[in-house]
Design a protein around this ligand. Structure first.
Ligand SMILES: [Zn+2]
Ligand SMILES: [Zn+2]
Length: 938
């Protein structure tokens, strides 16, 4: 091969070759498989022909050729983990294939694949291997037919036919249905491409190393498989082939990475122009580059197929891919939105074959930038929160982050699971994927997305009602069942009444068991009104009181259960959900159940602060800003409220200030049980749609008697409020746990204000320790910035501004220096040009210049040699040619000169401009131009 084929040329040659052999070109189907609900994305060329093989669909053609867009990023085929780490995996890729529907068979398929690879593409015959099927289980006949056909191919080494078993060389669509043997073509890339060179490994086709590469799989569908294992020959036999496009391009272009093919060149060039890295620097830290290129390409194709970023299913994948790409960009210093710039290169590279990219260009660029900006708003606080969770995890010697927490990170900060997992893995930890999925499902159910199922749906309520009845009969529990009091004491003693493991009541549980514990009374809060479950411990009470009847015959020893959650299993039954972390708890043991008080205290700070903020919102925005949803967790609070538009930064600041004033005022928080009607009449805030009993719990926050008036903290009055309530700051119906005094909140900082749904805004905030952590984190960043700038903290903004000015001055200075340098190079050459047949010829590369400068210089050349001159000037990828008028009359044209060098472009005969795809073309440009002059003027 004299000239490297481009990716686009290789794809076209594949298609043309099979068209010449009677195939119909079938366009790629969408990445969203129509009519196949079992599949998230089209993941192979087969998808659109599945029904033809199953016999339920007929086409007007019997031979087809295509290049199919594929995504493998979810479900059974998920390559996401490997993308970026190596040179061969992609989330999006193309699959080239030729197809016979009951038409030609092995003889033609094998011969054509051989011809294309060797005659057309010129791959070395002695480096190619073919694998054929031989049943390792001894039931299905060997595919000697294919092996014999291979041996007949011109130049094929018969010793290169290898036999493999079911795993490698037998294909089936599903458990039953069409199936058959396949024959793969592999290439030996040579010892130098062996990633395991010098080590003890299986070195060969289907071995362990990268030396042997599978290029093409030819599947021969000839049997129908029945569920009793019986194989019957199909009446008409089919051929289904697949060749990974990126892979064959890498082989034909002789590069050791798919990412070094021209398919990614445009994207990488743009990235490098943004990072300022040299090629060497890029290759030294190639992973982020690979991930960004891969993800932008996927996102562009997804959006072109109508899959925009969103929260569920395919849309979630698009969101995740974009956000993950953006995050990897930050690893190479890219913080401003940049994905759209890379996407332009994707549209440029693929637009001619996939016109949907060109058509959706605007949507692709807009969606990428919008999503990137959205993500940038929350990534800092999201990552900070995750890092906190991870250090907590490490402190407790755990390796895996709870899936629920990972889901919270997504729901609150838009941090997709895959990114949380990336970050966790960078710390040597992991995230529970099943747990995340479960939490997401639960969430979508809670928001009305699906049917209630499973434990929380109360399907075992009857079982627990039975346990309750039994305990009541034994006089262990009264008529109201288990007593619930999260308000009085965080420590409650009681007898272990029941232990449930795997849905079964047991006498005793063992270390490591997931267990549900029933005690006569509990002080643990059960999630309600947005406030999350308490966690804590249940321990054996020190003897002699501890070991009860259930412990007889066992050795005495302490035990401990870590409580991770709570639930109401049925009316009157509250269970502690946890894990036995030491010993063996037994029914009848006397135990003490202790709430994690530090965590509970954090929760109470956030709950009391929520009430203060609710009141502040009414003051700043008006009475319409009522609660629409709330989450009160230990690490943050989230509050949704009705308001038609985004709050201004000033409004957010005012709310934050008012709440902090109320904290400083050290107000009193008083819970009180009241008759519902009285509370409502007094103006207590109640939530629409919430069911309240006859007796309600109210929370009043009010200044201490004699505390005087507090600035900024005016009373928020319900329209029906009586004069008596005027000294109340906040008055709500609430079952949550609260502080006694507002000063205990410490500090309140709003993290974000955004949209939660149409007409509903969402505020996220931190208090107490969370606020302190946030301040410390932000201060640290600021200190680091100040240190890097060698300035005092107060001077950072001024310093940055000065630096920006300096950079822009330097850029201008550099540009003018480059221009004068270009001019001086040019001037030296101008008096020193080559003469061919009395024509003055100048071929000159002027580094770091632009088209304008090149044109100015070209004019200077024409001034100096008005009668008989040709100049070719290049810089970067730009090329300009000028030909003086007399020579134009003698048949020399500027455009032709550019083409003869290998450039593209055009213009007038005396002046043309274009682009040079490869700077190396300049090496023999002089000889090409002189050759052309000699030929035209001879
Ligand atoms: Zn090897
Ligand atoms: Zn409340």
């Amino acid at each position: 091969m004299t000239k490297k084929l481009t990716g686009n040329e290789i794809r076209q040659m594949f298609i043309d070759f099979f068209v010449e052999h009677g195939h119909t070109v079938v366009p790629s189907m969408s990445l969203v498989p129509g009519g196949d609900a079992t599949l998230l994305f089209t993941n192979s060329g087969m998808v659109q022909f599945k029904d033809v093989f199953l016999g339920t669909d007929k086409r007007s053609y019997k031979r087809a050729v295509n290049s199919q867009k594929c995504m493998r990023v979810a479900g059974k085929h998920n390559d996401l983990d490997d993308v970026g780490r190596d040179d061969t995996h992609h989330t999006f890729f193309e699959m080239l294939g030729n197809w016979s529907f009951g038409d030609y068979y092995k003889k033609e398929a094998i011969a054509w694949s051989w011809q294309l690879l060797t005659d057309v593409w010129g791959l070395p015959r002695d480096k190619l291997y073919a694998t054929c099927f031989q049943d390792d289980m001894g039931n299905i006949p060997s595919d000697d037919e294919a092996a014999d056909i291979w041996k007949e191919q011109h130049g094929f080494d018969p010793a290169h036919v290898l036999f493999f078993g079911r795993k490698e060389n037998f294909w089936q669509m599903a458990e039953t249905g069409p199936c058959g043997p396949c024959s793969e073509i592999h290439i030996d890339l040579g010892d130098e491409r062996d990633n395991l060179r010098g080590t003890d490994h299986v070195c060969g086709v289907n071995g362990e190393c990268s030396r042997y590469l599978e290029l093409w799989n030819n599947v021969f569908i000839q049997y129908n498989l029945f569920d009793d294992g019986r194989l019957e020959p199909l009446p008409s036999k089919h051929v289904d082939t697949g060749m990974g496009f990126e892979r064959i391009v890498s082989v034909l272009q002789g590069v050791d990475s798919n990412y070094k093919t021209d398919l990614f060149k445009g994207s990488l060039d743009i990235l490098r122009s943004l990072t300022g890295h040299t090629e060497k620097e890029m290759l030294a830290d190639f992973t982020p580059y690979r991930v960004v290129c891969d993800h932008v390409r996927s996102a562009a194709f997804l959006i072109a197929d109508g899959v925009v970023p969103g929260n569920a299913g395919r849309n979630y994948i698009t969101r995740m891919i974009i956000r993950r790409g953006a995050r990897f960009g930050t690893k190479i210093g890219l913080h401003e939105p940049f994905l759209a710039k890379v996407a332009e290169a994707v549209v440029e590279e693929y637009g001619s074959f996939y016109p949907e990219l060109v058509k959706s260009r605007g949507a692709i660029l807009d969606n990428l930038t919008r999503e990137e900006i959205r993500f940038a708003r929350t990534i800092e606080s999201g990552t900070a929160h995750l890092e906190n969770l991870l250090s907590e995890l490490r402190a407790t010697n755990k390796m895996t982050l709870d899936g629920h927490r990972a889901f919270d990170l997504y729901a609150t900060y838009g941090l997709p699971f895959e990114i949380s997992r990336d970050i966790a893995r960078e710390h040597g930890l992991d995230v529970d994927e099943e747990g995340f999925k479960a939490a997401r499902e639960e969430h979508s159910r809670a928001s009305g997305g699906g049917k209630a199922m499973g434990k929380t749906g109360g399907e075992d309520a009857e079982y627990f009602a039975g346990i309750l009845k039994d305990l009541q009969k034994k006089k262990k529990l009264g008529e109201h069942g288990i007593e619930y009091d999260p308000y009085t004491s965080p420590r409650v003693k009681g007898e272990v009444l029941a232990l449930i493991v795997n849905g079964q009541s047991v006498q005793s549980a063992s270390f490591g068991d997931e267990v549900e514990v029933i005690l006569p009374k509990t002080g643990f809060y059960i999630e309600s009104g947005g406030q999350v479950d308490d966690t804590g411990y249940i321990r054996l009470l020190p003897s002699p009181a501890g070991r009860g009847a259930g412990g007889e015959g066992r050795e005495a020893g302490s035990w401990e259960i870590e409580v991770t959650g709570m639930r109401r299993a049925s009316a009157g039954v509250i269970v502690h959900i946890g894990e036995v972390i030491t010993g063996q708890p037994s029914v009848g043991d006397m135990a003490i159940a202790e709430v994690d008080t530090q965590r509970r205290h954090d929760i109470m700070r956030n709950h009391t602060a929520t009430h203060l903020m609710h009141a502040a919102l009414h003051k700043v925005l008006g009475e319409h800003a009522v609660q629409a949803g709330s989450l009160v967790a230990p690490d943050r609070l989230r509050f949704d409220f009705n308001h038609p538009e985004a709050m201004t930064p000033e409004q957010v600041e005012r709310v934050e200030r008012i709440v902090n004033d109320a904290i400083a005022a050290d107000m009193e928080v008083t819970p009180k049980l009241k008759a519902r009607e009285d509370a409502i009449a007094e103006g207590a805030m109640a939530l629409f749609g919430e069911k309240y009993g006859e007796t309600v719990r109210t929370i009043t926050i009010a200044p201490l008697p004699g505390a005087g008036t507090v600035e900024q903290t005016e009373v928020v009055l319900h329209p029906t409020a009586t004069v008596e309530q005027e000294d109340k700051y906040s008055y709500e119906l609430c079952g949550g746990t609260h502080l006694e005094r507002t000063s205990d909140i410490g500090a309140f900082i709003i993290l974000s204000e955004g949209s939660a749904a149409a007409g509903v805004r969402r505020i996220e905030a931190v208090t107490g320790r969370g606020a302190y952590d946030l301040i410390v984190h932000r201060f640290k960043l600021l200190k680091q910035t100040a240190a890097a700038l060698k300035s005092a903290i107060e001077e950072v903004p001024y310093k940055v501004e000065t630096l920006q000015d300096e950079v822009s001055d330097l850029k201008k200075e550099l540009a003018s220096l480059r221009a004068s340098q270009a001019l001086s190079t040019f001037n030296t050459q101008l008096s020193n040009v080559k003469t061919v047949n009395d024509v003055n010829v100048m071929v000159l590369e002027i580094p770091n210049s632009n088209a304008d400068t090149l044109r100015t210089l070209a004019d200077k050349f024409r001034e100096k040699y008005p009668g008989n001159g040709i100049a070719v000037l290049t810089s970067g990828g730009t090329i300009i040619a000028v030909v003086t008028e007399d020579l134009v009359k003698r048949g020399l044209k500027a455009g032709e000169i550019i083409t003869s060098i290998g450039g593209r472009g055009g213009g007038r005969p005396n002046m043309a401009q274009g682009s040079l795809p490869d700077p190396a073309l300049m090496n023999d440009a002089m000889s090409k131009v002189t050759g052309m002059v000699e030929q035209k003027l001879k």
